[in-house]
Design a protein around this ligand. Sequence first.
Ligand code: HOZ
Length: 439
Amino acid sequence: MLNLEKSAAAFAEAKSLMPGGVNSPVRSYRSMGSTPPFIAKAKGSKIYDIDGNEYIDYVLSWGPMVVGHAHDEVVAAINEAAALGTSYGAPTLRESELAKLVMSVYPSIQRIRMVNSGTEATMSALRLARGYTKRDKIIKFVGCYHGHSDSLLVKAGSGLATFGVPDSPGVTAGIANDTITVPYNDPEALTAVMKEHGSEVAAIIVEPVAGNMGCILPKQGYLSFLRNITTEYGALLIFDEVMCGFRASLGGAQAAYGITPDLTCLGKIIGGGLPVAAYGGKAEIMDCVSPAGPVYQAGTLSGNPLAMAAGIATLKLLTAEPEPGQPDTNRILTLKVKEILAAVDAAAKKYGVAVRLHQAGSMFGIFFSEKDVENYEDAEACDQEAFKVWFHSMLEQGIYLAPSQFETIFMSMAHSDEDIAKTIAAVDVSMKAVADSKK
Ligand code: HOZ
C-alpha cells in the first residue's frame, strides 16, 4: 500500500492556506477521493513525492515536459539566462529566437505575441477576433476548455468537467450570452447555430484535438468543415493548440489534419516547463494588436528571459533533425504511446473490460465505455467508477496518471523501454482490478 503519510499531513496544512489546498483544482485529487502526493522533485520520466515514492510520470506537468523533467540542456539554458538577470520588461533577442522557432513549425503563424499562460493566450485571441471582425459573439464547443477567462468558462472541460460544474459562478449573464456553445464533432448543430447567428460571430474557438474532456479526436472532415463554415460567415477560426501543439504532430493538429486556422494559441511545451504561452496567426489580423494596432494586450513578464530560454532549449531538442534513417522525435513518442495502448487493449480484452482508446501523436486517453466517445456527453457517460479503480491501482504501482478521466495522458522523450515495460505490466494488474471491481 502506497505510504502517503507526509503528503497527507502537508495537504491538511495546505488546505488551511489555499482553497482546497491547491493552486489549481484538479491537483487536489478530490474527484478520486484520495490525497495528492506532494512532489519533492522530478528528473527525466520520474517524479518523486515527499514520502519517498517514485512514479513514472504521464502527467508531465499537464503536458509541457515533453523532453522529460529537468533535462540537462533546459536546466543549463535557464541557469545561463538567470545569471544575466531574471526579468527586464524590455525586448530581447531570445524572444525573436523563440518566435522564429515556433514559426518554423507553424507556417500559419506569421506574427506571434508571447504571454504567460494558455488562459491569457485564448482570452487575448478572442479579444483580437472581436476587435478585428467588430462582432461580439463567439462559439465554443461543449467540453472544450480554453483556460479560465470569463467568456470561456461556459460548458467547459478539464477541472470544471471533473467537478461536474461546467459553468462557473461569477461569469456575468452578459458575458455568457455572447458565448454560444455547440456539441463537439456535430456539424449539423453548428450549421443550425451559424444560420441563426453567423453574421454576429467573431470566432469559433476549438481544441482541434480535444484534451480536456479526455482525449477526443475530431471526426474525419470535421476540422475542414469548421474551416469552411467560418470562411463562409466571415468569422475567424481559432485553434487552441495549447495541449495538442507539438503533440498531435510537431506542427500540431493543423499540420496533422492539413487545416490553416486564422489564429493559433500555443502554451505548455513552448515554455519548456516555465510559464509561456502565445497567440499568433495571419499578419493582417495580428497587426491589429497594440502597439501595431488598437487591440490592447500587455504583460510585465511576457517574453521573460528565463521562460524564453527554457522554451528555446525544449523546442531545439524536439525539432532536432533525426540521424539519417531514424524517425523524428514525434514519431518516436507516437510509437511509445502505441505500445502502451496495444497493451491496454490486450488487457481489456483479456479481462472483458470495455474501453475506447484514443491517440493523437504523443497525447492519448482511455475511456471505460462500450460506446464510441466523440463528445462531452459521451465522455460523461463513461464508467467513471472504473476509471477511479484504474487510477488508484496504477498509482499504487508507481504509475502517475492525471486524477481525472477528463484529462489527457502525455508521453515524453525521457520515457525509456524499461518505463514502458513497467507501465505495461501495471496495465495488466490494473485492468484485472477494474474487472474484479465489477463482480
Ligand atoms: N487545467 C489543467 C489541465 N487541463 C490543469 C493544470 C494544473 O492543475 O496544473
